[in-house]
Design a protein around this ligand. Structure first.
Ligand SMILES: Cc1cc2nc3c(=O)[nH]c(=O)nc-3n(C[C@H](O)[C@H](O)[C@H](O)COP(=O)(O)OP(=O)(O)OC[C@H]3O[C@@H](n4cnc5c(N)ncnc54)[C@H](O)[C@@H]3O)c2cc1C
Length: 328
């Protein structure tokens, strides 16, 4: 039976004002259920600021703060699923679950209900998180990647979470004399270097060479202070993948298609001008990466931004490679 339990956030590391890694320990006297890397759990906070859906004059919907008769935003419980970014061995050894979470922001500037509350967490004071005692999900290596010689992970933003769990677990197993024979490649993009969660850990795992793992971190909005990180490439994960296969960026492709249809392309031209061109980190070449993505024995697992996942699936299809997505 699934039970509602009250855990405690015992650790929080802010990677930016809108991105954090935090650890949750279970209700006193209990332990989290066993899980496989790639699975998720439902978390809940009780006093979230609630929103309501309204129709805009153009027929589209938006969510705005839900106010009571005194003009105060109503409060209530909100529950959502979160992929677990700790490895199963870490939970077994230390008891906690770890998460890599972004503060949701609606177009209107209203923060997401649960993440706003999670970002108020303070390990010393306001640290209670309700969770459900069931860990679920089919986005695991067993279910999505069994039998493939090459497994390619493409994580955008916090979509890294399930892959961080998998890579840490594989490294742990390799260190204990059970190295996988599968070749793993991880593409991860976030805005800046500080936001590349698990960057040092993943780099260390790659360099330790306990199993065949190549890590391809890139940033999509490089700032001046990012330039001294010469182990990180540039561009969004979908465009990096496109560049490996010699395909144009998504934005350039959309512009060409719109031009051929004779459409107004002013906005698309601006998007192409703003584009950060795809550039791989110096330790890998497109040739090396292509060699690790032979269509007949490769599967791409992707997680994160839904639009980018659609494009990644398109790249996979264009190159005859199977793609598996985690739907958030
Ligand atoms: C399997 C799974 C794993 C996930 N893992 C992660 C993870 O590791 N890290 C991570 O950062 N996120 C993850 N997510 C996303 C996460 O579950 C939440 O959706 C996200 O954090 C936003 O929650 P929120 O309450 O802050 O935003 P919300 O307030 O729920 O807003 C999110 C969207 O919901 C809609 N919405 C807003 N208000 C309402 C309302 N009143 N009623 C109905 N809909 C509304 C809007 O479309 C809005 O854009 C995962 C999702 C799934 C399904």
């Amino acid at each position: 039976m699934v039970e509602k339990k009250i855990g405690m956030a015992v650790y929080r590391r802010d990677l930016s004002p809108v991105l954090a890694i935090f650890r949750l320990v279970p209700e006193p006297g209990s332990a989290f259920p066993e899980y496989a890397a790639g699975q998720y759990i439902a978390l809940r906070r009780e006093h979230c600021r609630l929103t309501k859906k309204i129709a805009r004059p153009d027929g589209r919907f938006e969510y705005i703060p839900d106010l009571d008769e005194n003009g105060n935003q109503k409060r209530g419980a909100v529950t959502h699923s979160y992929s677990i970014s700790s490895a199963p061995y870490e939970t077994r050894e230390h008891g906690y679950l770890e998460f890599y979470v972004i503060l949701q922001m609606h177009e209107t500037g209203v923060p997401g209900r649960l993440t706003e509350s999670l970002f108020q967490l303070d390990p010393l004071e306001d640290n209670k998180i309700v969770y459900y005692s069931r860990i679920a999900g089919e986005f695991t290596l067993e279910r999505r990647a069994k039998g493939f010689r090459n497994v390619v992970f493409v994580g955008t933003g916090t979509g890294l979470a399930p892959f961080a769990s998998m890579i840490k677990q594989l490294d742990y197993e390799a260190a204990r004399g059970e190295p996988t024979k599968t070749r793993f490649t991880l593409f991860h993009t976030n805005r800046g270097v500080q936001e590349l969660g698990y960057h040092n850990e993943l780099t260390a795992i790659q360099n330790a060479k306990r199993f065949d793992f190549v890590y391809v971190p890139t940033i999509s909005r490089p700032a001046a202070h990012d330039h001294h990180h010469d182990d990180v490439g540039k561009g969004r994960a979908n465009n990096i993948l496109r560049s490996v296969f010699g395909m144009p960026s998504k934005e350039v492709e959309l512009l060409a298609e719109a031009r051929s249809r004779g459409e107004n392309v002013a906005e698309m031209e601006q998007a192409v001008q703003r584009l950060v061109p795809a550039q791989l980190p110096p330790h890998v070449s497109a040739n090396q990466l292509r060699e690790r993505m032979t269509p007949e024995d490769t599967v791409i697992l992707t997680c994160g931004n839904p639009d980018l996942m659609i494009d990644i699936a398109k790249v996979g299809e264009a190159n005859g490679i199977r793609v598996e997505r985690e739907e958030w």
